[in-house]
Design a binder for this molecule. Structure first.
Ligand SMILES: NC(=O)c1ccc[n+]([C@@H]2O[C@H](COP(=O)([O-])OP(=O)(O)OC[C@H]3O[C@@H](n4cnc5c(N)ncnc54)[C@H](O)[C@@H]3O)[C@@H](O)[C@H]2O)c1
Length: 259
C-alpha cells in the first residue's frame, strides 16, 4: 500500500486494458492516480471502481492528440493531486496493413496517437518534473518496436518511435533526476485485441482460430494478462528501480528470445 504513497501518477488510456490494470495497481500501492482517457465511460468506471476500494483516483477527460486537452488535464491534476511524479504513456491504437496496403489516413492516425500523442504528453509533463528535479516515465512500446510483425506497418513505425523517444528522453533528462524506460509487450489480452479480432474477423469460428494463433505466437503458449504488465510497471516506476533508465523490457512470453 505504501510503495507509491504521496506519489501522483498520470496514466494515459487508463480506462481499459493495460492502462486500467496499471491504474488499479498503482492506486492499490498508494498512488493518487490521474486517469487520462478519451473514452469518458471507461475513464469514469475505472475511477469509480478505485474510489470504491477507498483508494485515490480522478478521471480527466483527455485526448492526447490535442495539446490543449493535455494542458487542461495537467492543470486539473496539479490542482487535485499536485504535480505528477510518474507518467505512464500508455494510450495507443492498433492498425493492420503492410507498406502498400496501409492508407495514408490510417498511417497518419496511428502516428498521431501513438507517436505524436506521446510526444505531446512528454513535452508538457517533463517541465513539471524538471522543476521538482525528479520524475519517472514509463512508455508502452511493443515487440513491434524490435522485430518484424507481419501486417503491422504503421503500428510498428509508431512503436519504433516510442522506443527511440524513450532513449532520447532518458538521455536528455538524466541530469534532471528523471528516469525513462519502456516496456515491449507481446500480445496481451485486452479490449485492443478483442476490438481488432472483431473488426478483421467478423466470423466467430475464424475469430476463435485467430485468437488461438495469436495466443500460440508467444512461446509460452498464451497471451499476456494486463496485470502482468502492471507488475513490471510497478517495479520500474518504484524506487526499487532507481538505477534503471533508458531500458526497454520485453514482457512477451519468450517471443524475443525463444522464437
Ligand atoms: N494489447 C496488446 O497486445 C499490446 C501489446 C503491446 C503493446 N501494447 C500497447 O499497450 C498500450 C495499451 O494497449 P491496450 O491493449 O490496453 O489497449 P486498449 O485499446 O485496450 O486501451 C487503450 C486505451 O487508450 C485510450 N485511448 C486511445 N486513444 C486515446 C487518445 N487519443 N487519448 C486518450 N486516450 C486514448 C482508449 O480509449 C483505451 O481506453 C497501447 O499503447 C498498445 O499499443 C498493447
Amino acid at each position: 500500500m505504501s510503495k507509491f504513497k504521496n506519489n501522483t501518477a498520470i496514466v494515459t488510456g487508463g480506462g481499459k486494458g493495460i492502462g486500467q490494470a496499471i491504474a488499479r495497481r498503482f492506486a492499490e500501492e498508494g498512488a493518487k492516480v490521474a486517469i487520462w482517457e478519451a473514452d469518458e465511460i471507461a475513464g469514469e468506471e475505472t475511477t469509480q471502481e478505485i474510489l470504491t476500494k477507498g483508494q485515490e483516483a480522478h478521471f480527466f477527460k483527455c485526448d492526447i492528440t490535442d495539446e490543449g486537452s493535455i494542458q487542461n488535464a495537467l492543470s486539473g491534476v496539479s490542482e487535485k493531486f499536485g504535480t505528477p511524479d510518474i507518467l505512464i504513456n500508455n494510450a495507443g491504437i492498433a492498425n493492420v496493413g503492410t507498406a502498400t496496403t496501409t492508407s495514408v489516413e490510417d498511417f497518419d492516425k496511428v502516428m498521431e496517437v501513438n507517436a505524436k500523442g506521446m510526444f505531446l504528453c512528454l513535452r508538457n509533463i517533463i517541465p513539471t518534473m524538471i522543476e521538482k528535479k525528479s520524475g519517472v516515465i514509463l512508455n508502452l512500446a511493443s515487440i513491434a518496436s524490435r522485430l518484424g510483425i507481419a501486417d503491422r506497418f504503421a503500428y510498428s513505425a509508431s512503436k519504433g518511435a516510442v522506443l527511440a523517444m524513450t532513449l532520447s528522453v532518458a538521455r536528455d533528462y538524466v541530469d534532471h533526476g528523471i528516469r525513462c524506460n519502456c516496456v515491449c509487450p507481446g500480445r496481451v489480452h485486452t479490449p485492443f485485441v478483442d476490438g481488432f479480432l472483431k473488426k478483421y474477423y467478423p466470423d466467430e469460428n475464424k475469430r476463435n482460430e485467430k485468437f488461438d494463433e495469436l495466443s500460440k505466437y508467444q512461446p509460452i503458449g498464451r497471451m499476456g494478462e494486463p496485470h502482468e504488465i502492471a507488475n513490471i510497471a510497478s517495479f520500474l516506476c518504484s524506487s526499487d528501480a532507481s538505477f534503471i533508465t533508458g531500458g526497454a523490457y520485453d514482457i512477451d512470453g519468450g517471443v524475443m528470445s525463444l522464437k
